[in-house]
Design a protein around this ligand. Sequence first.
Ligand code: ATP
Ligand code: MG
Length: 322
Amino acid sequence: MSLLIVRNLSIAAGERLLVEEVDLDLAEGEVLGLVGESGSGKSITCRALMRLLPHDQLHIAGGSVTLKGRDLARLDEAEMRKVRGVEIGMIFQNPSSHLDPVMRIGDQIAESVRYHEGASTKEARGRAVELLRQVGIPDPVRRVSAYPHEFSGGMRQRAMIAVALACRPKLLIADEPTTALDVTVQAQVLRLLLDLRDRLGLAILLVTHNLGVVAQTCDSLTVMYAGRIMERGPKRDLLRAPAHPYTEALLKCQPGSAKPAAQLPAIPGQPPLAGAFPPGCRFHPRCPRVADICRRERPALSPAQGPRVAACHFTSALRAAS
Ligand SMILES: Nc1ncnc2c1ncn2[C@@H]1O[C@H](COP(=O)(O)OP(=O)(O)OP(=O)(O)O)[C@@H](O)[C@H]1O
Ligand SMILES: [Mg+2]
């Protein structure tokens, strides 16, 4: 059974829709990658799942989010705070803005355990040490008393993961957890996430720009562009034979595809500004396979191959060509 079910989620800024009709399914122990260019709506989708949108600016305009059979929209704020603390852990895009600089790392972990589980100070500190050990912080007994600025970037990122896992959530939402890190540390953090998945049965929604990261870690993949899902399905299928020209274009731009990084092609053109989306298929102004129908009619997400769905009028033609 799915742990997390998102149906038809739409997010708006005033009247402008920024994200439309997003569906996500995540099973226990599954790693789902959410990819797409900057501005496609990945982070606000994550925040909407946690009901953490800045409500003076953005709101959920429709759809549902169900976690373990519970509709999160029906929870009051106190219940939702418990869901955030206990059932869903979140790693934000920028770790330094989400660790409190004047609070010891260990206290930041322990606070959550005390608050949500009523643990004693001693128990909570013990859990903090154990969590720092689990995420691979050397000498955790000493480091538990350190402040964030005493940690390197990679260690801060690990500390964020420890904070997110403090109350043993079943779901971790990780928004670009490795982007700010150098390649070696990035690989370590990814291994850590997979290890936690294996040991704790953790489900992970992993937001990333990097299809190399996806290839190493994800089971399934959802590709967003301009606030909509373009393609979704098992990772292996999408990477091997994309059914949507946007997925195909993203793959061509990734390091590790044919050319060295310096000569990588970018997808020609720019994504549209939020809320000012072109009619028909949103990708049509940049699509190498554009035809008249693409300018007029929005393609529905429809079965492409096996469990895969794609929103392209020419999905079957793409398949035939590949
Ligand atoms: N508070 C806000 N008020 C109005 N618009 C917003 C707000 N936050 C984000 N947006 C807009 O919503 C769109 C989606 O933003 P989001 O941060 O989700 O993109 P993203 O896919 O996470 O991009 P990146 O890969 O750069 O992190 C963007 O066009 C952004 O400008
Ligand atoms: Mg983002």
